[in-house]
Ligand binder design. Structure first.
Ligand code: ATP
Ligand code: MG
Ligand code: FE
Length: 351
């Protein structure tokens, strides 16, 4: 089965081709990606209307690029997967519209994929793919969740943020430090030159006893420090960045380990943009090695939004028997808000 995947939920346009047999891990054949980050930077955040228009501009050239890289022709594509949600409605509609039109022209099914399922399954395209069951720590710009994953379409939410996402905490703190947008990676880079112990920042909900997160208070604490430092900020910036990163990472690591303990599972999968963070990876690696647990990450290029994870999720749902053979017809809609539990697959008999 040759699947085309299209991602357009936010500010990345991604197209990729994945090949899947009935069994075994699907293989990535080619991928093309365009990030709109530079376009939105002047506005300090994603402008939905500009995002939609840019997806329209980028998708067809990216499709050609991905096909060329994979060495396949468009008419060989056997299913077209697209991000149905969650995300920006207008941006989602661009990908959904193109995917459905292509599927119609090719006479193949169009499959609407849940964006977070894509993130969650993305480590299966790495050199060291995980095995089910596992605990997933999903840490992106819009979500922070711990999930128990027993198989494709078998997701149980263990805990999530009650306010800001971890990526948002990185980005908003970075903005307070004058590091631009989206500042998460810049804050992480600056933090490497700083002393994390130089500021005592709160670790919200760290000892709450549940698996929920809260990052809004941390942002306020960073703002308080920025105001207090005033002109001194410039000289102390790297230290404050390091302290902020340490606070976010400490909470994420603490709760991820608690989730492993609570479920008795021995495998952790980290997905989403914040999963690229080096301090987070180092601390999880170290802690899990101590307990004899395994940690799996997506390839760095697949941590943030991309088309490969969308094609992969569709391929794995197909393998799990989760798509009607005729696809979902040519009517389409998008789901800007869409709980992951809604894409549950029935448990196979004996499975
Ligand atoms: P969602 O998937 O929830 O809709 P999204 O697609 O915008 O959100 P991703 O693309 O998965 O999120 O990740 C983007 C986020 O990851 C941003 O908040 C960014 O700052 C953060 N991020 C990327 N690299 C790093 C890093 N090295 N350290 C910390 N944060 C990072
Ligand atoms: Mg993005
Ligand atoms: Fe995402």
């Amino acid at each position: 089965m040759l699947l085309l995947g299209i991602e357009s939920s936010c500010d990345e346009t991604g197209v990729a081709l994945v090949h899947a047999e009935r069994d075994g891990v699907p293989r990535l054949l080619g991928a093309a990606l365009h990030s709109q980050v530079a376009m939105h930077r002047d506005y300090g955040g994603v402008v939905p209307e500009l995002a939609s228009r840019d997806h329209i501009r980028r998708l067809l050239p990216l499709l050609r690029e991905a096909l060329a890289q994979a060495g396949v022709a468009l008419h060989e594509v056997q299913a077209v997967a697209y991000t149905r949600g969650p995300g920006l409605a207008g941006a989602l509609l661009v990908g959904a519209g193109l995917a459905t039109a292509l599927a119609c022209a090719l006479g193949v099914p169009a499959l609407g994929v849940h964006h977070l399922e894509g993130h969650l399954l993305s480590p299966f395209l790495s050199a060291d793919p995980p095995a089910f069951p596992f605990v997933a720590l999903l840490v992106s710009g819009g979500h922070t969740q711990l999930m128990r994953v027993d198989g494709v379409g078998r997701y149980a939410l263990l805990g999530e943020t009650i306010d800001d996402a971890a990526g948002e905490a990185f980005d908003k703190s970075a903005k307070l430090l004058g590091l631009g947008y989206p500042g998460g990676p810049a804050l992480a880079r600056l933090a490497e030159q700083g002393d994390a112990a130089a500021f005592a920042l709160p670790r919200p909900l760290m000892h709450s006893g549940d698996l929920d997160f809260s990052f809004a208070g941390l942002k306020t604490a960073v703002l308080t420090q920025v105001r207090r430092l005033g002109a001194e900020l410039e000289a102390r910036k790297a230290d404050l960045a390091a302290a902020t990163q340490a606070a976010i990472v400490d909470v994420l690591v603490h709760k991820a380990l608690a989730a492993l303990r609570a479920t008795g599972l021995k495998r952790l999968v980290v997905a989403g943009g914040v999963g690229a963070n080096r301090r987070l990876r180092a601390q999880l690696d170290e802690a899990c090695a101590r307990h004899g647990w395994r940690v799996h990450y997506p390839e760095p290029a697949l941590c943030t939004d991309n088309g490969a994870m969308i094609a992969l999720a569709a391929a794995m749902r197909w393998q799990a028997g989760g798509w009607p053979p005729q696809g979902e017809g040519l009517a389409f809609d998008v789901r800007p808000r869409w709980p992951l539990e809604e894409v549950a697959l029935p448990v196979a008999a004996g499975g």
